[in-house]
Design a protein around this ligand. Structure first.
Ligand SMILES: [Zn+2]
Length: 366
C-alpha cells in the first residue's frame, strides 16, 4: 500500500464565546437545525446555541440526548430528525452526544456540526464514533465516510468544565505523535486504511510540542476557570491537532494498551486520557527509549496531573494474571499495537506495565 491520504473537517472555529458565533459559521449549511445535547449541557449553553442559530435565520430545535451512543439512540435521533426535516445536525457536549449525531447524520445526510463543550479527547474533529450497547458496553469503533462540516469549540466553556477532563485531553493528545511516528516508521496504515502523510506527522508532532510548551500553565488557568493563550494553545492541541494527527497519522501501542486496560472493571473510573497516558509511557518502554527521555515524558504527565502509576488508574498492586489480561487484549490480532515497527508480544506488554509503574513511583519520590 503506497497511497497516502489526509482528510479533515472543512472548518474549525475556536475562541472565547465562539458559541455566540455558531450561526455565522453555520449559515451556509442550511435553514433548519436539530441540536442534540444532554440535559446538563442544554441547560448550560442550549439557549445561546439556539439564539446564535436563530439570529441568522436558522430554525433550531433542541433535543435531549439519551446518554448512550447506541443503535437504539441513533435510530431515535434519526426519527426525530425526520420529523423536523433538519438540514443540520449539531452534536453538542461530550463525545457520546457528538458521536450519536455523527452516526445519525450518516443515515439522514445533510450537514454535521461538532460542538464539544469539553476538551477531553481528540474525537470531536474526527470521522470516528464509538458505538455502545444501551447499557454502555463497547460494541464497535466505526469510521464514517464524512467529517463534521464544522467543528466549533468555545474556550470559555471548556475552561469552566472540570479540570480533570481538560487534563484527560492532554493525556489523549500526548500519545498522538508517538503513535503516528511509530506507524510511519513501520509503514502501517492509518484509520483510512492508507499510508500516512508528512503533513499528518508534522501536525502530530506540533500537538506534542504545544503540550510541552503550554500544558502546565494551561492546566493552572483552567483550574481557575481562566482562558489564556496557553489554554487556547492546549485546546487546539487536544482537539484539532491531535484529532487530525491520530486519524491521518495512525495509532500504535498507546491506544491498544488503553483498550487492554478497559478490560478491567477497576480502571473504569479513570478517563480515556488517563488510561492512554499509561499506554503512552508503556509504548516508550516497549520501544526501548532511553531512560532520561521516558522520565522526561512521564515527568510532564505527572506535572499536569496525569497518572503515571498503575494505582492512579485504579490498579492497586496488579498481579501477573491481571497484567496478562490487559496485555493479551492489547495484543489482539486487529489491535494497533502491531503498528509498532517491531513485534510486540503479551509478555512484553505485561512487563512494560511494571516498568511504567516503577518510573511513576520514582517520580513520586522525587
Ligand atoms: Zn484517544
Amino acid at each position: 500500500m503506497t497511497t497516502r491520504v489526509f482528510r479533515s473537517p472543512p472548518a474549525y472555529v475556536q475562541g472565547r464565546n465562539s458559541i455566540d458565533e455558531l450561526g455565522t459559521h453555520a449559515e451556509p449549511l442550511g435553514e433548519t437545525a436539530l441540536v442534540l445535547g444532554d440535559e446538563f449541557v442544554l441547560d448550560l449553553v442550549g439557549g445561546r446555541v439556539r439564539d446564535s442559530l436563530e439570529d441568522v435565520g436558522i430554525d433550531a430545535t433542541l433535543e435531549t440526548f439519551g446518554g448512550e451512543c447506541s443503535v437504539t439512540e441513533i435510530d431515535r435521533v434519526v426519527d426525530v430528525h425526520a420529523e423536523h426535516e433538519a438540514d443540520v445536525l449539531v452534536g453538542l457536549g461530550g463525545g457520546k452526544a457528538i458521536d450519536t449525531a455523527r452516526a445519525a447524520r450518516e443515515h439522514v445526510g445533510g450537514a454535521l456540526v461538532s460542538l464539544p463543550t469539553i476538551a477531553s479527547t481528540d474525537a470531536p474533529t474526527s470521522s470516528v464514533a464509538v458505538i455502545y450497547t444501551d447499557s454502555g458496553e463497547f460494541v464497535e469503533f466505526h469510521v464514517y465516510e464524512r467529517h463534521p462540516d464544522l467543528v466549533l469549540i468555545d474556550t470559555a466553556v471548556v475552561a469552566e468544565a472540570p479540570t480533570r477532563l481538560f487534563r484527560g485531553g492532554i493525556g489523549d493528545a500526548l500519545a498522538t505523535w508517538f503513535e503516528a511516528d511509530a506507524a510511519f516508521r513501520s509503514g502501517a496504515t492509518t484509520l483510512f486504511g492508507t499510508r500516512s502523510t508528512r503533513t499528518a506527522q508534522e501536525i502530530a508532532k506540533l500537538a506534542y510540542t504545544t503540550l510541552r510548551e503550554h500544558g502546565r500553565p494551561a492546566v493552572e488557568a483552567v483550574d481557575r476557570d481562566a482562558v489564556t493563550e496557553s489554554v487556547e494553545a492546549v485546546v487546539e492541541a487536544n482537539t484539532l491537532l491531535s484529532g487530525l494527527g491520530f486519524e491521518s497519522g495512525g495509532l500504535a501501542a498507546a491506544h491498544a494498551i488503553h483498550n487492554g486496560l478497559t478490560q478491567l472493571e477497576e480502571t473504569h473510573d479513570a478517563t480515556h486520557g488517563e488510561k492512554v497516558t499509561i499506554g503512552t509511557i508503556a509504548q516508550l518502554v516497549l520501544e526501548g527509549r532511553d531512560d532520561p527521555f521516558v522520565e522526561d515524558v512521564a515527568g510532564f504527565a505527572a506535572a499536569v496531573g496525569l497518572p503515571t502509576t498503575l494505582a492512579e488508574i485504579g490498579l492497586d498492586d496488579p498481579g501477573h494474571e491481571v497484567r496478562t489480561t490487559v496485555a493479551e487484549a492489547a495484543c489482539a490480532e486487529d489491535e494497533t499495537i502491531h503498528n509498532e515497527p517491531f513485534e510486540v508480544t503479551p509478555a512484553d506488554v505485561r512487563d512494560a506495565l511494571l516498568a511504567v509503574d516503577a518510573i511513576g513511583h520514582r517520580l513520586d519520590g522525587r
